[in-house]
Design a protein around this ligand. Structure first.
Ligand code: F7E
Length: 322
């Protein structure tokens, strides 16, 4: 079930609109679900007045705010732009919902980056300590979403998602950078891969499952905030090893260090505890980091065979087959 290529969204929708439809090139329609859903993507949140018109026109049952400058390293180079899209954009959208007078449910894409320097495991009670302009902007958006829930009685929720990846992941994020390189090295098109900090620990899950979790948050009886994570604990080095090994390669022969990929302040370890989502939403990740790495390597090897042609991965999850 596909919604949008570009952001790694896989969703369950009947009618979806996006602020800039040009950005959505794949749409899946589930004929059994009559709700209208609006998904906002990168850079959509610059014009508050236009958003009011759009919302009043579409009258979506659900709004998913996925719009952000979402690259942590880039947020150090473009801190003001990041604050504007990732932070202030959220209040523009919440205000547009309020001013348009529509009844809708609002999802805010909050992030595990908000926990930053606070050691794992992290859950909904863990204090925030952001370590980047991106993380700081997400903390603002988290609190303003909560404030609109309390101040105006909006059904507004924060999904605090740990790293979620898929073959549709942007090419400059570490997982996709690695799996694309594995495919290219395997095909003899590349020899070396330049990387930054290999010691960082992340909890990488499969985006398809996380988007289902986002959807579950908006079907709940009451608005609340939820962590989505696998609970896994892997370093970038582990991911390299699993991905290269899957293609029969030795990562140490191909990986080199480049300090340009280091960050002024790093988030050392993010490992989520999603027991609240399991208890209240019935959500649990089934794909863990090693399987995810293999899905992504296989997809990038397949994608090379289709270079220049339209090709998109499909989701093969047992829970989606009914
Ligand atoms: C939840 C959160 O997840 C993502 O943020 P991120 O964790 O920063 O993701 P990433 O894939 O850029 O880095 C992961 C780790 O990998 C290290 N690393 C080493 N060498 C390279 C490298 O060469 N490139 C990159 N990108 N990272 C590298 C890097 O230093 C970091 O420790 C975003 O979706 C964000 O929007 C979000 O919300």
């Amino acid at each position: 079930m596909l919604l949008a290529k570009g952001y790694e969204v896989h969703g369950l929708i009947r009618r979806a609109s996006t602020f800039n439809t040009a950005r959505v090139d794949h749409l899946y329609v589930d004929p059994h679900d009559p709700k209208a859903r609006l998904f906002l993507h990168y850079g959509d949140l610059s014009d508050g007045a236009r958003m009011v018109t759009l919302l009043a026109d579409i009258k979506p049952d659900e709004v998913y705010n996925l719009a952000a400058q979402s690259h942590v390293r880039v947020s150090f180079d473009e801190p003001e732009h990041t604050a504007d899209t990732t932070g202030v954009g959220t209040i523009r959208l919440l205000e547009a919902v309020r001013l348009s007078g529509i009844e809708t449910r609002f999802y805010q894409a909050s992030s595990s980056e908000m926990f930053g320097a606070t050691p794992p495991p992290q859950n909904e009670e863990t204090p925030f300590y952001p370590r980047s302009p991106y993380g700081a902007a997400k903390v603002y958006s988290y609190w303003i979403t909560k404030n609109y829930r309390e101040a105006y009685g909006m059904f507004a929720v924060n999904g605090i998602l740990f790293n979620h990846e898929s073959p549709r992941r942007g090419e400059t994020f570490v997982t996709r950078k690695i799996t694309r390189a594995v495919a290219a090295i395997k095909a003899g098109k590349q020899d070396l891969l330049y990387m930054g900090n290999l010691d960082a620990v992340r909890d990488w899950g499969y985006a398809a499952e996380y988007v289902e979790g986002m959807w579950r948050m908006l079907q709940a009886d009451e608005p609340d905030d939820f962590v989505l994570a696998t609970g896994g604990n892997y370093t970038v080095r582990d991911f390299l090893q699993i991905a290269f090994e899957h293609a029969g390669l030795n990562w140490e022969e191909h990986v080199r260090f480049d300090e340009r990929y280091l960050r002024p302040t790093e988030v050392d370890a993010l490992v989520g505890d999603a027991s609240k989502a399991q208890e209240k939403l019935g959500w649990k990740a089934t794909v863990h980091t090693p399987e995810l790495a293999r899905i992504m390597v296989d997809a990038d090897i397949e994608a090379l065979k289709h270079a220049g042609n339209n090709w998109i991965d499909s989701v093969d999850l047992a829970s989606w087959k009914n």
